[in-house]
Design a binder for this molecule. Structure first.
Ligand code: GDP
Ligand code: ZN
Length: 354
């Protein structure tokens, strides 16, 4: 193995991308990883350093959807034309895609690609919301990214409270790893560091103020990202400025932290997804059957609200999806395999009939 190869591996390159490169027959060009995206110009990094690369007018002309354009995290094939002038010749097939989904109808937006693990981060202060996890778990699952839950700011609660929060989570989503952390007491930080392995790419998803910047600063070992004070009045933090979009950690792990991974939570709360469970639960008090699934039962208050347009159709459809997902997360592996086949069909039929 030569030195260049080793360095590319530190940027996350592996056999998966190499075989995509061979399939595309683009082996004569060098490769690089997209680390930031500007208007039609991309900052990329390879074994030697960073430079800018453009897409061509033809590529723009041929592109029909967002997926056709490079995104942060992508491995691309570059042709270096002259000093400081590089053109992107192709995007290697993506291993995973993190998309921001506003609703079923709107177009998807790619936040980042080739992320192996998403740290879904919540803080143990008054903003804690169990329902929010569902949303992030769906985004991760749809993108083929494996999720891990981080419970940050555990210094703010008692051990008993933490235990009950963890139990609550395990009941709802078994098979999911949970790492409790605190940047004040340093609890869990070693576990988090040990979780991150060489050549794998990670991101932190979670609402503003949960401590994503603080945790990333701990991982990179310096305060490179500005953290913000949370207002005691609103519970909301001031805007955080990030200087980079990808961090290459000393142990060879890679962390993507771009505006998209930060905004994914904001967009969710804007459309109120995280409260949909509460809305349905309160409606369900009037359902005839206590174990009503709100999908086909007679005298279902939820279906009735839907019919009377008191409950938004998109919100209901998201609820159904999220509920299926959370059931999915609390199943055994065998149950999941069986369900996987049925679930795709179920959603298709549901959409067809609505
Ligand atoms: P981000 O918006 O998710 O990046 O959150 P920040 O990292 O900017 O953190 C928001 C605020 O929470 C800052 O004032 C941090 O100092 C504070 N914070 C972060 N982690 C912890 C923690 O483990 N415990 C406590 N008590 N505060 C924390
Ligand atoms: Zn019902």
């Amino acid at each position: 193995m030569n030195k260049t190869k080793i360095n590319l591996e530190n940027l996350g390159y592996n056999d998966f991308f190499e075989s995509g490169r061979k399939e595309l027959k683009l082996t004569e060009y060098p490769i690089a990883r997209v680390i930031a995206e500007y208007k039609e110009v991309y900052k990329v990094r390879d074994a030697d350093g960073e430079y800018l690369a453009k897409i061509t007018g033809k590529q723009r002309f041929m592109a029909t959807k967002r997926e056709d354009y490079p995104a942060v995290g992508d491995w691309i094939v570059v042709e270096k034309l002259s000093e400081g002038n590089a053109v992107i010749r192709g995007i290697l097939p993506r291993k995973t895609i993190l998309k921001k989904k506003y609703s079923d109808k709107q177009e998807n937006q790619i936040i980042a690609t080739n992320i192996d693990t998403a740290f879904i981060t919540e803080s143990m202060d008054k903003d804690y919301n169990l329902n929010r996890f569902e949303r992030y778990l769906v985004l991760a699952k749809e993108g083929n990214i494996s999720p891990v839950i981080i419970l940050n700011k555990i210094d703010l609660i008692s051990d008993i409270e933490l235990k009950s929060k963890i139990n609550e989570l395990k009941n709802r989503f078994n098979n999911i790893n949970i790492i409790p952390t605190s940047i004040i007491t340093d609890q869990g930080l070693n576990e988090l560091k040990n979780y991150i392995i060489k050549g794998k790419t990670y991101c932190f998803l979670g609402s503003s103020g949960v401590g994503k910047s603080s945790l990333i600063n701990k991982l990179i070992g310096k305060d490179e990202i500005e953290t913000k004070e949370i207002s005691a009045l609103t519970g909301k933090g001031k805007h955080t400025t990030t200087t980079r979009e990808i961090y290459f950690l000393e142990n060879g792990g890679i962390v993507i932290d771009n505006p998209g991974t930060r905004e994914v939570g904001i967009a969710n709360s804007e459309i109120g997804i995280e409260n949909v469970f509460d809305e349905i639960n309160s409606l369900s008090q009037n359902c005839k059957f206590p174990d009503c699934t709100h999908m086909h039962e007679p005298d279902c208050a939820v279906l009735q609200a839907l019919e009377e347009e008191k409950l938004d159709k998109n919100r209901y459809s998201n609820y159904v999806k999220l509920k299926k997902e959370s059931e999915y997360y609390s199943m055994t592996d065998l149950e999941r395999k069986q369900k996987d086949r049925k679930f795709g069909k179920y959603i298709k039929n549901y959409q067809k009939n609505s």
